[in-house]
Design a protein around this ligand. Structure first.
Ligand code: IPM
Ligand code: MG
Length: 350
């Protein structure tokens, strides 16, 4: 069997440490299946090549079968001009690979109920929310600039852009509990009015799926008031960025949540939703679970390896059952472990 080529971008901050653990887990769950090719992006690429996304990195990713990404950015590069910021490397990858659909599953592990900041009765029975975030449009990619004393960014969506992310979301909702909540700001933004029109038109093709609409401010409130009302959420790029951090925190820690970025093309990209956490980088305390679960999403979505994906997810769950916790999810009576030991325990549980 020909080996699958994985483009690996460990990136900045804790990226290197968490990536090492994810690759180890992949080697255990699927030996001899992958070849890993390493590329630079973000701050480390800026230091080495003067740009946050070298041509070689984007080309390498395009030629690969899937991309694994750790995290990009850090205060070291705060002073660089906006078009060279490490985050531009990430946007360049998302745009360059056409990854318009970002899946961010927010799952509360029952073992981590203690780490959830909400009252127990609000999350009893667990939480399982799928945030479907549009990833290559909106204000992240719109026209922007400075004019004299002002600055502007533009939120713009075409019907086609909303349709393709809408379709993905309807299909996902259809495979889950058939409840889809579309989140916008249609009381103010014209782009949101278009968004709502398109979602409503699409809903005729998916009569099984019950669609509701919610304004984003209300949604931010409802997520902490009664998170169990949500199943699948679909929203634009910026609202998805914000709401997925909120959803992550109610599941206990942002260190737990993976993501999958998919497009019409062949190559998907998989990354934790958290950032590079420069304050804890190099200290062997970061939680590698979001990165490891991102590798599981890669097996599932890029390679149809559902069995292996489940095995990783079960291994994570069993290590949590055994009481091992990194600092971000630590609670009384549990055993504190570092990045490496958490990774090793998960690999062992496999
Ligand atoms: C995320 C991150 C990125 C985003 C940053 C690092 C550009 O916050 O993936 O959620 O805003 O999309
Ligand atoms: Mg974010």
């Amino acid at each position: 069997m020909e080996k699958k080529r994985i483009a690996v971008i460990a990136g900045d901050g804790i990226g290197v440490e968490i990536m090492r653990e994810a690759l180890n887990v992949l080697k255990v769950v699927a030996p001899d299946t992958f070849v890993f090719e390493y590329y630079k992006a973000g701050g480390e690429a800026l230091d080495a090549f003067g740009v946050p996304l070298p041509e070689e990195t984007l080309e390498g990713c395009k030629q690969s079968d899937a991309v694994l990404l750790g995290s990009l950015g850090g205060p070291k590069w705060d002073g660089v001009p906006s078009h060279l910021r490490p985050e531009k490397g990430l946007l360049g990858l998302r745009g360059g690979l056409g990854l318009f659909c970002n899946l961010r599953p927010a799952l509360l592990y029952p073992q981590l109920a203690e780490a959830c900041p909400l009252k127990n009765e609000l999350v009893e029975g667990g939480l399982d929310i799928m945030v479907v975030r549009e990833l290559t449009g909106g204000i992240y990619f719109g026209e922007r600039g400075r004019e004299g004393d002002s600055a502007f960014d533009t939120e713009r969506y075409s019907k086609a852009e909303v349709e393709r992310i809408g379709r993905k979301a309807f299909e996902i909702a259809d495979n889950r509990t058939k409840r889809l909540c579309s989140i916008d700001k249609a009381n103010i933004l014209i782009s949101s009015q278009l968004w709502r029109e398109v979602i409503n038109a699409l809903s005729k093709e998916y009569p099984e799926v019950e669609v509701t609409h919610m304004y984003v401010d209300n949604a931010a409130m409802q997520l902490v008031r009664n998170p169990r009302q949500f199943d699948t959420i679909v929203t634009n790029n910026i609202f998805g960025d914000i709401l997925s951090d909120e959803a992550a925190q109610i599941t206990g820690s942002i260190g737990m949540l993976p993501s999958a970025s998919l497009g019409e093309g062949r190559v998907g990209m998989y990354e934790p939703i958290h950032g590079s956490a420069p304050d804890i980088a190099g200290k062997d305390i970061a939680n590698p679970i979001a990165m490891i679960l991102s590798a599981a999403l890669m097996l599932r979505h890029s390679f149809g390896m559902e069995l292996e994906a489940r095995r990783i997810e079960d291994a994570v769950s069993s290590v949590l059952d055994q009481g091992y916790r990194t600092a971000d999810i630590m609670s009384e009576g549990m055993t504190l472990v570092g990045t490496k030991e958490m990774g090793r325990r998960i690999a062992e549980a496999l």
